[in-house]
Ligand binder design. Structure first.
Ligand SMILES: *Cc1c(COP(=O)(O)O)cnc(C)c1O
Length: 357
């Protein structure tokens, strides 16, 4: 289901560019955005790139009341040779349609939206920060627009892609984070919406994040929603551990978000013939490995940070200090390889860069 065509209306009042050295994540938006609308029976229509700006919605819009909405996050990178590319956008679009399916929302034609995103980035190419490690973040979001207070899937939707220049996640290099294991709240349960990138998952997670913040931790590590025993993921990142030479990540089980970075890390480790296992791992098992001195590395993976080394895990009065708070060799090797491919500095053996120009 794709709209007939894409129209482009350029802004007549381009904005001043921000100071690239003082970018805060997600606060500044480029000059244009992509929009298209959906109506049951008609499909997607009016695909357009227009000046970034506000729009009006009915207070009764279904999304405000029942949260029928999904989103994505990906980046456009400028290479050393001046080329611009998206990183694995097909994966994000596939995941967005999977999220749509879970939320009873209509799907869309991935190729059409990827092409629209490429035209959007090409039009706002001067919003890609001209510095190493920086990028233009793309935020696709789709939401229910029926002005109806009944609890039923909307018959109309809007799809938007906005873009925001983002700074290097780590100023002055990667630095390990402190993570608190969450023992009270849960993020997702089997049969729930944990595997979908949908607003409710994040709204429900804010309380735990707030408490962790107050206690001096950067993020929480979520355990499974039934027994609070098995490790799921960290904030908006998937998680990996190196235990006695083996790299382990929790297997996708329906309540974990299937990260594109997670998949890329697994592919790279296999490519390098390094031992990687996707399986269930309990927090007790991890703690026992720590006590034996076998917990060698821990790191999170996600689009924003790429690789985020974990220097400390706090679980029930136990502080697990990992790799002396230093970045481990596996985390460093993965970070160098993925950012190297994203920025076109090294060979791209899997065809992950989707070149815009
Ligand atoms: C987006 C997200 C991730 C990471 O996914 P990437 O595709 O690697 O960016 C992991 N967990 C959650 C909960 C997320 O929202």
């Amino acid at each position: 289901m794709r709209p007939a065509e894409l129209t482009i209306t350029r802004t007549t009042t381009p904005k001043e560019k921000p100071n690239w050295d003082q970018l805060q994540f997600g606060r500044v938006f480029s000059d244009h955005m992509f929009v298209m609308d959906y109506e049951e029976g008609r499909g997607w229509y009016d695909a357009r790139i227009v000046p970034f700006g506000n729009f009006e919605m009915s207070p009764a819009s279904l999304v405000f009341h029942y949260g029928q909405t999904v989103f994505e996050g990906l980046k456009a990178y400028k290479g050393e040779d001046g080329s611009i590319a998206l990183f694995r956008p097909e994966q994000n679009m596939k995941r967005m349609n999977d999220s749509n399916e879970r939320l009873s929302m209509p799907n869309f034609d991935s190729e059409f939206v990827i092409d629209a995103m490429k035209q959007l980035v090409a039009l706002d190419a001067d919003w890609i920060p001209p510095r190493d490690g920086m990028a233009l973040y793309l935020r696709p979001v789709m939401f229910a627009t029926d002005a109806f207070l009944g609890v039923a899937p909307s018959k109309t939707y809007r799809f938007i892609v906005m873009t925001s220049p983002v700074g290097a996640y780590y100023e002055g290099g990667m630095s390990p984070v402190k993570i608190a294991v969450e023992n009270e709240y849960v993020r997702a349960v089997k049969g729930g919406t944990g595997a979908a990138k949908t607003a409710g998952n994040y709204a429900g997670a804010m309380k735990a994040q707030e408490v962790a913040d107050q206690e001096g931790y950067d993020q929480v590590l979520w355990l499974d929603g039934r027994e609070q025993k098995y490790i799921e993921e960290v904030g908006a990142m998937n998680v990996f551990f190196k235990v006695n030479g083996e790299i382990i990540t929790p297997a996708l089980n329906g309540s974990i978000l299937p990260g594109v970075t997670r998949q890329s890390v697994i592919q790279l480790l296999k490519h390098w013939d390094m031992p990687i296992t996707e399986r269930r791992i309990s927090i007790e098992e991890l703690h026992e490995a720590y006590v034996r001195g076998e917990l060698e590395e821990a790191f999170g993976t996600g689009t924003a940070a790429v690789i985020s080394p974990i220097g400390e895990l706090y679980w029930k009065d136990e502080h697990m200090y990992i790799n002396d708070g230093e970045i481990g060799p596996v985390a460093q090797k993965l970070y160098d390889a993925i950012t190297g491919i994203q920025e076109g500095k090294i060979e791209d053996p899997f065809g992950w860069r989707n070149i815009i120009k």
